[in-house]
Ligand binder design. Sequence first.
Ligand SMILES: [Zn+2]
Length: 380
Amino acid sequence: MSFLPLFCPNPDCAHHQRRTPLLPGEKPWFHRKSHFNTTRNGWVPRFRCKSCGRYFSAQTFSVDYRLRIPTRCQEVLASLYTCQGQRQLARVLGIDASSVARRISRLGAQALGAHARFLQAATPDPEAVFDGFESFARSQYLPLNVNILVGKHSEALFGFNLVFLKRKGRMTANQRIQRDALEADIVRPKGHGSDRAAELFGEYYRLCQARGVEPITFYTDEHRDYPLALKKAGLTGKVAHHTTSSRKARTRSNPLFAVNYVDRQFRKDKSEYVRETTRWAQRPDRMMERVAVYVAWHNLNKPVRVRDKKLKRVTHAQLAGLSKSWVEQEWQRLGRERVFPKREPLREFHRRVWNREDVLLRKDGSDVFGPAEPLWRMRA
Ligand SMILES: [Zn+2]
């Protein structure tokens, strides 16, 4: 019955990294501080850390912390992979659209923790497929790529990050003038595309090294950034690189099948990628939080193939070497236990999404996508 805190929620406290509430014979590191009554959760026990003096309660460790209305995580979560728009969901749940946005942001943070733990436990495929998924945020003048790195056999998502692109392709004279006016104002980081690809190649290589998986082959299309990215990651000659024309038929026998498949799932399941004329993302940093949720769902909960007798009971994470019980437990945990970033093995690409650093700036330092909502308002 009685709740025992596992660790102190203060990230700067010596007790923040604890993995057991109390060691045998150890004196408690916290004081019990009565209870408080809530209409939602009944009596909630309170504590005070002896080391840093921080007060906290059982609620501090729940995904619902500081929410008056229960999160209804399962519904919000489901909306992110069943092609439901945020306002539609707000109407269904009878809550404000901004409350939905806040819950999604929170679940994004939860999903980053889950993905980081997945990477720590999974066995990567010796063959991996890399691709950029093209979309845009706010306007068609601001296209972007969501890079994904997928195991060729497990089809599990091992890495994702964002690349801002310049609008190219066919435009009218007027559109071209508008594009050039906008571009003149934007600060574009140099070598951004190949840097971000290099980040994912490098992370995957280190993951394989840590598990003793070799030799490694990366499959990509013929984009000229990829050989450069492998060079930037210091992998030229260390890994095999196999390219396939993006014009080749996208069938099961196509070496890029794993990413083509995930691309198709994105288009099908995520409302902002469906039809570019009716719904789209407003902000790239928030979009990446939703990508994180999708990635966690894809790996931990989605059946590999719905129509296959055997594969409909298996998840992509299981094909990446994890047990069914581990995967189920992690999926439950995502919707329940609050993630604390300092306790999770977050990688650099996770950290950027967590801190909402995927933004594009103008020369005067302002955000191209308009003022951002402060992080503390969304997650705390
Ligand atoms: Zn403490």
